[in-house]
Design a protein around this ligand. Structure first.
Ligand SMILES: *[C@@H]1O[C@H](CO)[C@@H](O)[C@H](O)[C@H]1NC(C)=O
Length: 253
């Protein structure tokens, strides 16, 4: 016990490769991925969109770009849709300057899985993003925001940090347009240093009603709408390469 405490204290003082966060250490000295729950930079809002690619991606992108803003899409591989069937939408989001992160493959609760199963849920999305847009994501949002030390351990091995949020528009838990808009109005008037907001790309009312309201309200309050990587001052991707050539035999769910 004493030994492990000393070990933790010593290694916890080490600084991770990003130079921003102390390296988190779990039981028996395992290295754990950093978990970001908030932005770092003052005046930044990172609007994030989970569960796609889906039908409203281009509308969301267009609303952001028209306002001089960028957002972050945490994509699943096979949730509402198979990512390969919406490869053009994935390319569209990436080409319009939004950050692409992983929301893992099939939107499972990662805390119920073995190490091998977590690796598989993460790898299948990395493979799809490497094939479609040539990038390996540096950030992963765990489905339902649920994680444990094993999830952090596997994410560390895969060189991905976890991203949670400090503001929830409520669009996955049945909030009405009026109440989601009221939440955005409240956070803007409370004027925190920065905001990391979760929304869902699969909500038609988010795309067409709440998002335009959120953009204008947050901009009027003086916030800059940026990607998660920008609001943390970190790279969005571990690696940027060349996309592959579509192959119907392998590019499928
Ligand atoms: C890990 O990811 C960072 C970006 O977050 C990147 O700079 C670094 O090269 C990656 N390391 C490896 C071994 O791929």
């Amino acid at each position: 016990m004493l030994v492990s405490l000393v070990f933790t204290a010593v290694t916890a003082a080490c600084v991770s490769a990003t130079g921003m966060e102390p390296q988190a250490v779990g039981p028996e000295g395992t290295l754990l991925a950093t978990v970001y729950k908030s932005c770092k930079n003052k005046g930044d809002v990172a609007l994030t969109f989970d569960d796609g690619p889906y039908l409203y991606l281009e509308d969301i992108s267009n609303a952001l770009v028209a306002a001089g803003a960028h957002g972050t899409f945490f994509f699943n591989g096979n949730n509402f849709r198979c990512i390969y069937n919406l490869a053009e939408s994935v390319k569209y989001a990436h080409a319009h300057g939004h950050m692409i992160g992983s929301h893992t493959y099939a939107h499972k609760d990662l805390t119920t899985l073995t190490s091998d199963q977590i690796h598989n849920e993460m790898w299948l999305v990395e493979q799809a993003l490497q094939r479609i847009i040539g990038v390996t994501p540096a950030f992963m949002r765990p489905p339902y925001g649920l994680y444990n030390d094993l999830v952090r351990q596997v994410s560390h091995v895969r060189n991905q940090s976890l991203v949670i949020w400090d503001f929830d528009s409520g669009d996955s838990t049945g909030s009405s347009v009026t109440s989601s808009e009221a939440l955005y109005a409240a956070v803007a008037s409370k004027n925190p240093s920065n905001v990391l907001a979760v929304n869902h790309e699969t909500s038609e009312t988010t795309a067409h009603q709440v998002l335009p309201y959120a953009i204008s309200t947050l901009k009027a309050a003086g916030y800059k709408l940026v990607t998660v990587a920008e609001c943390l001052g970190l790279p969005a991707y571990q690696h940027v390469g060349t996309p592959g050539t579509p192959d119907p035999n392998t590019w499928k769910c």
